[in-house]
Design a binder for this molecule. Structure first.
Ligand code: ATP
Length: 317
């Protein structure tokens, strides 16, 4: 039975939550990552198709007298929990935007690997925006949250929305890809150590200057057409990442990981974003499980997981 609305309900939502607010946020992969020329501001012009997958971080926000962050899981003991952490930066940015004190006790349970090319830091920033918005009762729309998100990093707005979306500019200008819903299945190979995103872009610039990089892919039209066909083999043929040669150049063993995916029967093997995580497209969930077993046996990475997408962006619950 639906309970009747009471005037104090609105008051409660304006004041925020008294109990803990738990937010789940996905990792992203790029189905198409077209890297254009270097802009005057130091960023590259991107044409990307983001896709949110079911590897998730969880952020819990509780009321507090100051702003604190604790964590468990991937990166614990390595990731700084101070003002440099994207969770803290996001909470402060939201508080400044909404004109409220940045008071919260935040706890992060991290499954997305650090510097893995899955945008884990950006995901945590998006989670902090959604969690603190609910905790503080600031009541921002998703579009307002995305505006704050764009100031925190190129991938953060997408992780506020999730799904499958086109990213332009430096990736921060996001618009949803409107296709009939299809679930895609992936096997994900997570490496021992991360790769710093700026160094991968710098390596791509070096390879391009030396004439040693493939022609940039440009527009994602072929990928968008493939998504509409809803056939994993067609999608597999259209996946592409301009950063892949640069990631493989910095981390030559990735060639072995990609080859192991092909041997395991992947419809496509690609480096995710700036790497070093590699993702393999499966025809269905069972195929993804079988590839995960084969890749684990091949012993080419630290951890193998399966995932599906698209999934929602940062969400309470
Ligand atoms: P992208 O795919 O967006 O390039 P990535 O997955 O390669 O990102 P991240 O894990 O998102 O890499 O983070 C890169 C760097 O951001 C980390 O090495 C760390 O220094 C910094 N950082 C700050 N806060 C966080 C956080 N909450 N989680 C992860 N990294 C963070």
């Amino acid at each position: 039975m639906t309970e009747a609305w009471r005037p104090e309900d609105d008051e409660t939502s304006r004041r925020g939550a008294t109990g803990p607010v738990k937010v789940h946020v996905p990792a992203k992969i790029n189905l198409h990552l077209g890297v254009g020329p270097l802009r005057a501001d130091g960023y590259h012009e991107l044409n990307t198709v983001y896709h949110a997958i079911s590897i998730q971080d969880e952020l819990t926000a509780r009321r507090g007298d100051t702003l604190t962050l604790t964590m468990e899981g991937e990166g614990t003991g390595v990731l700084a929990l101070d003002e440099t952490n994207l969770v803290i930066r996001a909470a402060r940015a939201l508080a400044a935007y909404a004109g409220v004190p940045a008071h919260a006790r935040l706890h992060l349970r991290k499954q997305i690997p650090l510097a893995g090319g899955l945008a884990g830091g950006s995901a945590d920033a998006a989670a902090a925006l959604v969690a603190c918005d609910a905790l503080w009762g600031t009541g921002l729309t998703r579009d307002e949250l995305a505006t704050v998100a764009a100031g925190l990093g190129s991938d953060v707005p997408f992780l506020v929305f999730g799904g499958t979306a086109l990213g332009t500019g430096r990736g921060e200008a996001v618009s949803p890809v409107l296709v009939r819903p299809t679930t895609w299945h992936w096997t994900v190979a997570i490496a021992d150590a991360g790769l710093a995103t700026p160094s991968v872009y710098a390596e791509l610039d070096r390879l391009r200057d030396a004439g040693a990089a493939p022609t940039p892919m440009g527009s994602p039209d072929r990928l968008l057409g493939a998504l509409r066909q809803r056939d994993p083999a067609v999608l597999g043929a259209a996946l592409g990442n301009d950063l892949e040669p640069a990631a493989v150049s910095l981390r030559p063993e990735l060639a072995r990981v990609l080859a192991a995916g092909r041997s395991a029967g992947a419809l496509a093997s690609i480096v995710s974003g700036s790497g070093p995580t590699c993702v393999f497209l499966a025809s269905d969930a069972g195929h993804a499980d079988r590839m995960a077993r084969d890749l684990t046996a091949a012993d080419v990475c630290r951890l193998v997981r399966t995932a599906h997408g698209p999934v929602a962006g940062a969400r309470v619950g």
